[in-house]
Design a protein around this ligand. Structure first.
Ligand code: ZN
Ligand code: ZN
Ligand code: ZN
Length: 374
């Protein structure tokens, strides 16, 4: 969520997105799209709905402008784009479910957002008994995953801000030894805000054997000399996300850590280089995985190589075996292979990359080395 309710983008951006969604609706024989909390709503309207028990729902017809069903008390936060949507505010004693259903009267096939609370769908079902329901991700997702120039520029600015924090980590400006993981996580979070992010989405700090758990929750563990420290952090800046992972070693790394890191660095670079337009998502995963497996660490690389990124920290396309979707110019995603040896150490190296006609364009440029901090 953004700290602002509305978006600074001009109506023309949302008009163009609405037109593309309606084309996709026609192509998929969808009569109505319904969007609530989640990022399809701000993508189409600039408005971020708060995740409340009061229903907010954008009802998009196949033709004409959309209608935003919204609690009246939230309406002042909506930046109006009257060529894109009208608002239908409801009072505390009104029935927003009946209102929503009436806006979709006669619809046979309705696409509904993934993040809508289940209670609202359960309440809608009896109002709309003959509807064929599908997921809105099938309609809006293919549009959202291809980033336009302004969106790529926003990802670049967020990436550069995250890079500045990673540079501070590499320079030793973020004290580590003697502090808890949680303290360092809070420090990194503040630095992400200081560098321009509106919100922090996560700041994983994992020391020593804790780093063998990919999504370790930073806790009271005190960081000591002689350990690897994995830092994976990102936030949202002007509606677009950053996400970066870098590792440092506190002292001289032992040979096993050094060897594994050399493999990881080679695998990550090979995967980035393979991310050209037309390459399949699974081939980009394989480019990293093959190198890690050939070096004998295959069983320790326990997750997919990456995820799409944009307004959401994790979205399509996923860089994973089995995803045969070819990369298109404008696809934005992470490349973040890791090696996790339980009880010993873990490491991951992550950049955000955009596929372009001129080849893979990384959003992160900070050093990929295992930086040694004394
Ligand atoms: Zn993750
Ligand atoms: Zn990450
Ligand atoms: Zn990531």
């Amino acid at each position: 969520m953004n700290s602002r309710g509305g978006s600074a983008l001009p109506s023309s951006v949302f008009e163009e997105r609405l037109a593309r969604v309606q084309q996709a609706m026609a192509a998929r024989d969808v009569d109505v799209v319904m969007l609530s909390v989640g990022h399809d709503l701000p993508y189409l309207t600039g408005y971020h709905a708060m995740p409340l028990e009061r229903l907010t729902m954008l009802v998009v017809p196949r033709e004409g402008i959309a209608t935003l069903v919204i609690p009246r008390l939230e309406e002042p936060r909506v930046a109006p784009h009257p060529t894109v949507f009208a608002t239908a505010p409801w009072n505390e004693t009104d029935d927003p479910i009946a209102l929503t259903a009436s806006l979709a009267k006669g619809a046979r096939r309705v696409a509904i957002g993934d993040q809508l609370w289940a209670r609202f769908l359960v309440e809608l079902l009896p109002h709309m008994p003959n509807v064929d329901w599908i997921r809105a991700v099938d309609v809006v997702g293919p549009l959202r995953r291809v980033k336009k120039a302004a969106e790529i520029a926003a990802l670049q600015r967020a990436g550069a801000a995250a890079d500045r924090v990673a540079s501070q980590l590499h320079a030793g400006d973020i004290p580590l030894i003697g502090r808890t993981e949680a303290q360092v996580s809070a420090d990194i979070s503040q630095r992400l805000l200081d560098e321009g992010h509106d919100v922090v989405n996560f700041a994983i700090v994992a020391a020593g054997d804790n780093a063998a758990s990919p999504h370790h929750h930073p806790g009271s563990r005190v960081i000591r000399a002689g350990e690897i420290v994995l830092c994976d952090f990102g936030g949202t800046m002007a509606d677009y996300c950053s996400d970066i992972t870098r590792c440092v070693f506190l002292g001289e790394p032992p040979a096993d850590v050094r060897d594994a890191y050399a493999v990881l660095k080679e695998a990550q670079a090979a995967s980035v280089a393979s991310a050209v337009v037309g390459a399949t998502c699974e081939s980009v995963d394989a480019a990293a995985r093959d190198i890690i497996a050939a070096a004998g660490y295959g069983e320790y690389f326990v997750h997919r190589t990456g995820h799409g990124i944009g307004m959401e920290a994790h979205e399509d396309p996923y860089i994973v075996s089995g995803n045969t979707e070819p990369l298109e110019a404008g696809h934005a995603f992470s490349i973040e292979p890791g090696i996790y040896i339980p009880g010993r150490f873990g490491m991951r190296l992550e950049d955000i990359v955009v596929a372009t006609a001129d080849g893979p364009l990384p959003m992160n440029a900070v050093s990929h080395d295992l930086v040694v901090l004394a």
